[in-house]
Design a protein around this ligand. Sequence first.
Ligand SMILES: *Cc1c(COP(=O)(O)O)cnc(C)c1O
Length: 433
Amino acid sequence: MSRKLDLSHSLQQRAEKFFPGGVNSPVRAFRAVGGEPPIIVSGNRARMTDVDGNQYIDYVLSWGPLLLGHCAPEVVGAVIEATRKGTSFGASTPSEADLAEEVIKAFPSMEKVRFVSSGTEATMSAIRLARAATNRKYIVKFEGCYHGHSDALLVKAGSGLATFGIPGSAGVPEEFVKFTLALPYNNVAALKEAFQKFRGQIACVIIEPVVGNMGCVPPKPGYLESVRSLTQREGTLLILDEVMTGFRVSYGGAQELYGIKPDLTTLGKVIGGGLPVGAYGGSAALMNQVAPLGPVYQAGTLSGNPLAMAAGLAMLRTLSAGRETIYPRLNTLSEKLVGGITGAAREAGIAVNANQVGSMFTWFFTDHEVFDWNTAATCNTELFGRFHRGMLDAGVWLPASQFEAAFLSTAHTEEDIDATIAAARKVFAAIRA
Ligand SMILES: *Cc1c(COP(=O)(O)O)cnc(C)c1O
């Protein structure tokens, strides 16, 4: 270990007294890559600094939200201004409608929205609404997709194609997931089979239109179109979970990129500008079934929080104003980074297969093309762990799991990309053995 990490180490030890694994969300603990996490004290544009003074070019960006990088001046200014007026009222403020207007402008499939405080809440609530609206019980999700940690969505695929899911976590009774069907991603036949087996009983299909949570896995050409037409035919609602892809893969999310109109959309991450915001929405007819207009109950003490709304609004207005240049530039820089690192792996004789959609990407340590959970599982995670540790030592912060997407922000420069590729070249040479 070439960096000094003494203060991080002692702070991590202290945190382990207070929190399970010393963390408040599991992947922060670096268990999957076999190391101890540096403790971060500040961020500035594309960089983070740890408590020992080490700097990192950040490709995690708080797991997606920081599309403008750390401390984007627009966002910081808006949050400070909002804070001075009061942090929470438990009553409506103008900023909620301001943010809703920006969201709806970018996502025309959403006529009405409801703001919540996390992606977990957004997907959980959207599913409740889908079940109420269809008066059906079953839901379909796909293996390798993550939709937050509510019980019904913490499900692994059973064996075989269209089978019942099995609980993906201790503490989730089988009975709680018996209406959740977990199917392989990018597999139209499996979805058709599920619709045959459970005709008239499937309330909704929830899907990451570009998966980020088994690493970046794009939909095969025509796949989302098939999911859309099958759900439509069966009277099943389609929920595009765009918590990660919304305002990320394009301004209007994956639904704009691929031209798919869902019944319900869930958002999070970028729309909060780094503060806790989630949202779900769809047609007015559907959304009017939510309380207080309709029978679907859903509430939140801090929902539509004015600081979070201010941060999200500053983020979305910046993206809206700059979208013609922001997204093409993110795409070009991402291509350069992904291609550069894949090329460096090839030079070193290390099998790496990369997936990229816009500024979302993953280097999979496998010689297989990765298009679903089974192909992702062919990765050499031990080698990935060595790569991760080497890159961290070289001042590059990557997701501490083979199965999480990395991101780029508008704050990253050509020089950052070049430095990252140069670092990877050295790390690949060192871990080749
Ligand atoms: C992150 C994520 C969630 C969960 O959001 P939280 O804010 O962590 O609860 C849900 N769906 C997708 C696609 C995500 O990437």
